[in-house]
Ligand binder design. Structure first.
Ligand SMILES: [Zn+2]
Length: 136
């Protein structure tokens, strides 16, 4: 869908700090990170909800989520690596993968209420490069 920001990121017509991909999934840094290292993993195909994915797409998305999560854990050694699927903001299925320092990092509503600050692109490139080198 040409009016979907995540489809345009997949196509490359909107820039992103891409950190990984496979046949059906793409991972890039969230521009409004809750914590440094906050990434998004999305299916290449436009589907609104994660349950709309075909099983093989879901497997590719979750395999990339697993790789990114392990890279986050290796790089920042947070108390937890959290996953969240919400999706009220952008109607293209996406999985948040991020270091969790405290429970409220992912439950506070900051992820949706618009109070998260955009990170400078240099910071996203720096944290994205750290994750890319950790991917195996
Ligand atoms: Zn889309």
């Amino acid at each position: 869908m040409s009016n979907c920001i995540f489809c345009r990121i997949v196509e490359g017509s909107i820039p992103s700090v891409r950190i990984g991909e496979n046949d059906a999934a793409v991972a890039f840094m969230d521009i409004r990170p809750i914590q440094p290292g906050h990434a998004l993993v999305i299916p290449r195909r436009h589907v609104e909800n994660v349950i709309d994915m075909e099983p093989a797409e879901y497997d590719d998305v979750m395999r990339l989520v697993h790789q990114i999560g392990r890279a986050i854990d290796a790089e920042w050694k947070p108390p937890k690596v959290g996953l969240a699927v919400i999706g009220f903001d952008v109607p293209h299925a996406h999985v948040h993968v991020l270091p969790l320092i405290k429970t409220s990092d992912i439950t506070s509503g900051r992820i949706l209420d618009g109070t998260l600050q955009m990170a400078p692109v240099e910071e996203l490139q720096r944290t994205g490069a750290l994750l890319r080198q950790r991917l195996v």
